[in-house]
Design a protein around this ligand. Structure first.
Ligand SMILES: Cc1cc2nc3c(=O)[nH]c(=O)nc-3n(C[C@H](O)[C@H](O)[C@H](O)COP(=O)(O)OP(=O)(O)OC[C@H]3O[C@@H](n4cnc5c(N)ncnc54)[C@H](O)[C@@H]3O)c2cc1C
Length: 445
C-alpha cells in the first residue's frame, strides 16, 4: 500500500467506532467469510460499522482512496461477490429492529436479517414478508425486489417499504420515502444496493395472529402426484395459502415435499391440505412455523438460479420432477414457489414499480449445495440444466435476488426495459462513478 493509503488507513482505524480489518490483520479472514463456502471475498479493507456515522466515514475513506464499495448485510448475495481490492462496508453490527406496534411498522437496521426481524415482530403478532431463511439480509432482499413467504397473502416485500435511510456515494445522508426523494424511493423497489448504503429501512407489518403450516414428505415416485396436488391446493385455495413444493437431494434418491403455509387456523389448513395428506406419504410435520426445510444451512458450497413460469401444466411438472434427480447431494433443493394472489393483484405501492416477475405464476428455483470444490463445474451445470429444462414454460422475468451474475440481459429482464432506463438515469445522479457496482449492476447512463 502506498504511503498516502497507509496514512489514510491509520486515520480511518482511529476514527471508526466499529472495527477495521485489512489483509494480515487478526480477524480479517473471519470478517471476509460468508455462508457460501464457494465465495472467496478478499476486500482491500473491511469496515465493520457501528452506526450511521461510521458508514459516512467509510464512504469518505473509500472516495479518498478511489476504492469501489461493496456492501455486506446478511452475506447471502450471489451477485457481485468478487470484491477484491474494494472497501467492504460490513453492516452486521447495525442489526437493531424497533417495532412500533400501534403504527404496525418496524425500523430495521441496514444489517438486520430475517431472523432479527422475526424475533422482534412476532411477539406482537405482527409479521413482515421477507426472505424464507433467517440468515437473509432484510435490506438485500427487500431493496432487491425479493420474494417472501407471505407475499401471496400480503403482496410483494418491496411494497412494504415506507422509507429508507441511505448514505450515498457522496457520503451524504438522505431519506427516501413517498414525500422526500420519491424517485430515489421508487428506485429502491428493486434497484438493490445501486444507489447507496441503506443504514435503516422502515417497513409496514401485518397482523398475523395465526400462522399454520404443514409439511408432507413423499417417496420420490410420488413426486409428480404431490406437485400436481400442491398446484391444485394453492390454485384453489385463498391468497392466505402459500408455501412450496420441493425436492431435497441426499439419500439414494431425492425426496419430494410439499409445504403449505396458511395465514389462519390449523383446522382450515387441515381441510385445505387434504389432497396432499390423502396421497401416500412418509411423514407429516405440523407446526406454527414452517420448518427450516426450504434451504440448506450455510457453510457448504452453494449456487442457485431461478426461472419464472407462466403456468405449471402437467408437462412442466414432469420436467421439474425429472430434473430433481440430477441435483448434487447432499444438501441441494429444487423449489417450486407459487406466486399469484396478492403478488399478482398488488400494483406496487404508491412509489413502487411492479417488477416483471410479479406477474408470473411460479418460480422454479434450483439451489445446489455440495462439499467438494472438485464438483463445482458439475453443480453449476446442474443449476443451468434445471433452468434450461423449464424453458418451454418460462418467461424472461426473474427475481434478481434469486440469481447471481448472469449478465446484463438478465438484469434488464429482472427490472423491466423501461424501468431500467429510468434507473440508469437516476444512477448517473446518485452514483455517476458506479462506486456501488458489486450487485446486479445498473450502469449510470
Ligand atoms: C438460504 C437463502 C434463502 C433465501 N431466501 C430468499 C427468499 O425467500 N426470497 C428472495 O427473494 N431471496 C432469497 N434469497 C436470496 C437473497 O434475498 C439475496 O441473496 C439477497 O441479496 C441477500 O441479501 P443479504 O444481505 O443476505 O446478502 P449480502 O451479500 O450481504 O447483500 C447482497 C447485496 O444486497 C445489497 N445490500 C445488502 N444490504 C444492503 C444495505 N443495507 N444497503 C444497500 N445495499 C445492500 C448489496 O448490493 C449486496 O451486494 C435467499 C438466499 C439464501 C442463500
Amino acid at each position: 500500500m502506498a504511503s498516502k493509503a497507509h496514512t489514510a488507513l491509520a486515520a480511518f482505524r482511529a476514527e471508526l467506532a466499529g472495527e477495521v480489518f485489512a489483509p494480515g490483520d487478526p480477524g480479517y479472514d473471519d470478517a471476509r467469510a460468508v455462508p457460501n463456502a464457494r465465495t472467496d471475498r478478499r476486500p482491500a479493507v473491511i469496515a465493520r460499522c457501528a452506526h450511521v456515522t461510521d458508514v459516512v466515514r467509510a464512504v469518505r475513506f473509500a472516495r479518498e482512496l478511489d476504492l469501489h464499495i461493496a456492501v455486506r448485510g446478511g452475506g447471502l448475495g450471489l451477485a457481485g461477490t468478487e470484491v477484491d481490492g474494494a472497501l467492504e462496508v460490513d453492516l452486521r453490527r447495525m442489526c437493531e429492529v424497533t417495532v412500533d406496534p400501534a403504527a404496525e411498522a418496524a425500523r430495521v437496521g441496514g444489517g438486520a436479517t430475517v431472523g432479527h426481524l422475526d424475533r422482534a415482530t412476532l411477539p406482537y403478532g405482527l409479521a413482515a414478508t421477507v426472505g424464507r431463511a433467517p440468515g437473509v439480509g432484510v435490506a438485500g432482499c427487500v431493496l432487491g425486489g425479493g420474494t417472501g413467504p407471505l407475499d401471496r397473502a400480503v403482496g410483494p416485500a418491496a411494497d412494504h417499504l415506507i422509507g429508507v435511510e441511505l448514505v450515498t456515494a457522496d457520503a451524504e445522508r438522505v431519506h427516501a420515502n413517498a414525500d422526500e426523494n420519491p424517485e430515489l424511493f421508487r428506485a429502491l423497489h428493486g434497484g438493490g444496493g445501486n444507489f447507496g448504503i441503506a443504514t435503516a429501512l422502515t417497513l409496514t407489518l401485518h397482523e398475523l395472529p395465526r400462522l399454520a403450516a404443514v409439511t408432507v414428505l413423499y417417496r420420490p415416485e410420488s413426486g409428480p402426484a404431490a406437485v400436481r396436488a400442491f398446484r391444485e391446493v394453492v390454485g384453489a385455495g385463498p391468497d392466505e395459502a402459500g408455501g412450496a413444493a420441493l425436492y431435497l437431494s441426499g439419500g439414494p434418491a431425492p425426496r419430494c415435499a410439499a409445504l403449505v403455509t396458511y395465514a389462519g387456523g390449523e383446522e382450515e389448513l387441515r381441510a385445505l391440505a387434504g389432497p396432499l395428506t390423502a396421497l401416500p406419504h412418509e411423514a407429516e410435520v405440523r407446526g406454527a412455523r414452517a420448518p427450516g426445510l426450504l434451504y440448506p444451512p450455510g457453510g457448504m458450497r452453494a449456487h442457485w438460479s431461478a426461472r419464472c413460469l407462466t403456468g405449471l401444466p402437467d408437462a412442466a411438472v414432469e420436467a421439474v420432477c425429472a430434473l430433481a434427480a440430477d441435483l448434487p447431494a447432499p444438501g441441494s433443493r429444487l423449489l417450486l414457489l407459487p406466486l399469484g394472489g396478492a403478488v399478482a393483484a398488488g400494483a406496487a405501492g404508491a412509489a413502487g414499480h411492479p417488477l416483471p416477475y410479479q406477474r408470473a405464476a411460479w418460480i422454479v428455483h434450483p439451489f445446489a449445495c455440495w462439499a467438494d470444490p472438485a464438483d463445482d463445474e458439475r453443480a453449476l451445470a446442474r443449476v443451468r440444466d434445471a433452468c434450461a429444462g423449464v424453458r418451454p414454460w418460462s418467461t424472461d422475468a426473474v427475481p434478481l435476488t434469486l440469481i447471481g451474475d448472469e449478465g446484463p440481459e438478465r438484469v434488464r429482464a429482472g427490472l423491466g426495459e423501461g424501468n431500467l432506463l429510468r434507473l440508469e438515469k437516476l444512477k448517473r445522479r446518485y452514483d455517476p462513478d458506479n462506486v456501488f457496482r458489486f450487485n446486479h449492476n445498473i450502469r449510470p447512463l
